[in-house]
Write a protein that binds this ligand. Sequence first.
Ligand SMILES: C[S@@+](CC[C@H](N)C(=O)[O-])C[C@H]1O[C@@H](n2cnc3c(N)ncnc32)[C@H](O)[C@@H]1O
Length: 311
Amino acid sequence: MTQAGWQELRVETTKAQVETLENWLFDHGAVAITLEDNADEPLLEPGPGETPLWRNVKLVALFPEGLDLLAVTDNIPAQTLVAPVAVPTHVPDQDWERAWMDSFHPMRMGERLWICPSWTDPPEPDAVNVMLDPGLAFGTGTHPTTAMCLGELDVSVAEGTQLVDYGCGTAILAIAGLKLGAHRALGIDNDPQAITASHQNAERNGIREEQFQAVMPDHEAIPSWAGCADIVVANILAGPLIQLAPELTALLKPGGRLILAGLLANQAEALMSAYRPHIALHVVNDLEGWVLLAGTATSAVPPMDASAADR
Ligand SMILES: C[S@@+](CC[C@H](N)C(=O)[O-])C[C@H]1O[C@@H](n2cnc3c(N)ncnc32)[C@H](O)[C@@H]1O
């Protein structure tokens, strides 16, 4: 049976109550639930299987058109609510997959680079075009952190560059680097769906197997990259970036460039201080509250123990 439309219910709740409320709404007829920030609090990417981390959450639930929503809204457990429930609205039926695809358009990044959905024709066929289908992974170029990394790669990748894309998602950064002239690239991600999407996108862009590999963080290929990378780019979150400081800097060759994104302006100082024993980082760009840090390894990066001995 085809539905002419849906009833959409918006409910404001807290991080602590999200799961209870979601389960309750599913038990009472909701067919789909999405979560939105309810306090203009920027959020990057939840880890595999994690729930978003906003403190205040707007939950949007879709119900079939014929269902009596009054009986639902009148009985939502009071402890899950932080505001009165809004009046439900009608949403016309549509092809949800196509609706998402329609919002992803070719985008110019920097001087040379375009990111294009794989189902479109590149507007500038002679530009450096990365053809992308994100699948279930993060990385379409629409997020400010990805856009800033792409702009930085556009000016820093040279012919022959060896590139590591840590937290590769769709491998958008690795593939862009290869198309800008990098000799080879290594993508690393702890989400198996990102590894799958990365290999599919590499193939879609005509990247040869010997040029690119996407692996999990414990993969045996990673130690062979130690001290080899001209550029290490990592667009993750501030917490993991701080933990990964020894690993990321150990991948750089002397003179290599580290590019970090995924942190908010008020987290930059903590990041720079965590990396200071390894490399001096500076804010090189900012966009919509996010900042981009970069720095150059001046000499062979010391292993962790050696830097501790210096103190
Ligand atoms: C914000 S996305 C960035 C994707 C892409 N590089 C971009 O710039 O759009 C962060 C990615 O890092 C991965 N990630 C998060 N923590 C990680 C960790 N500790 N080790 C490896 N990958 C991690 C996530 O699975 C996700 O694909």
